[in-house]
Write a protein that binds this ligand. Structure first.
Ligand code: SF4
Length: 237
């Protein structure tokens, strides 16, 4: 477990799906197995992310300064924001309530407030994207004044233009959706969820949650082989 924080955005999202998956993410992450298709999807997401970042040419990527030393991201981010009133940062780190989040794109306004852009490679704003944005918003809004929180997703296919909720600029190769008000209303729920998840993460005992449909939705859980093993062992007795 990294020093300075207990949960991350990914662990929070995992915890929403399954308490056992969260526990495994914290205590036995080496058991996770991802399929070739999942790995290809991660790669496609990274390519889209880079294409969007190219539209912010003054952006400074904090991961190039600190690599995997994620505990140092929040302090370094705060320093860069304090030094440059119009900073544009990629992978900016924020820490609140023992949760670390890294924001894809942060643009600081001259008055010190932030515009946040989270990049998603899908072509519509799904519930999972909203949940993802909600934990990011919760943490960042407790660290700095927020001007807006936006999700950037790929444009819908030309033969189905109506599948997007909002397109701010049809000339852009992506769609920007402003979720600021929607996310701010979820603060109490998220604080409650975090409190429960911290107890799970700190517990030394693995939850005994059985497998079920939740192992597949909204994401295919990377611990399915491990939990299935337990079922096979039980079946032998
Ligand atoms: S396989 Fe299912 S029960 Fe096991 S950790 Fe994943 S979601 Fe939870």
């Amino acid at each position: 477990m990294a020093k300075g924080y207990l949960l991350t955005k990914s662990k929070y999202i995992r915890g929403l799906q399954c308490d056992r998956a969260l526990w495994l993410d914290v205590h036995r992450p080496n058991l996770a197995r991802y399929s070739a298709e999942q790995m290809r999807r991660f790669d496609r997401g990274r390519d889209f992310e880079q294409a969007v970042r190219d539209s912010f040419p003054t952006g400074h990527n904090i991961s190039l300064d600190l690599g995997r030393n994620t505990s140092a991201y929040p302090e370094h981010t705060a320093k860069l924001l304090d030094e440059n009133p119009e900073a544009v940062l990629f992978e900016a780190g924020f820490l609140y309530d023992d949760v670390l989040v890294l924001a894809d794109i942060v643009c600081q306004r001259p008055d010190g407030s932030l515009d946040i852009f989270e990049i998603k490679s899908g072509s519509k704003l799904s519930d999972t994207y909203r949940r993802d944005a909600a934990i990011q918003h919760y943490v960042i809004a407790h660290c700095r004044p927020l001007h807006s929180f936006n999700v950037i997703h790929a444009n819908p296919p030309a033969d189905n233009p109506g599948s997007s909720e909002q397109s701010n600029n049809s000339e852009l190769p992506f769609t920007i959706v402003d979720l600021t008000d929607d996310l701010a209303a979820q603060s109490d729920t998220i604080a409650h969820n975090i409190s429960i998840m911290k107890d799970i993460a700190l517990d030394t005992k693995e939850p005994t949650t059985p497998t079920g449909q939740h192992c597949l939705e909204p994401y295919a859980c990377p611990y399915q082989h491990y939990c299935a093993q337990g079922i096979r062992q039980l079946a032998l007795f």
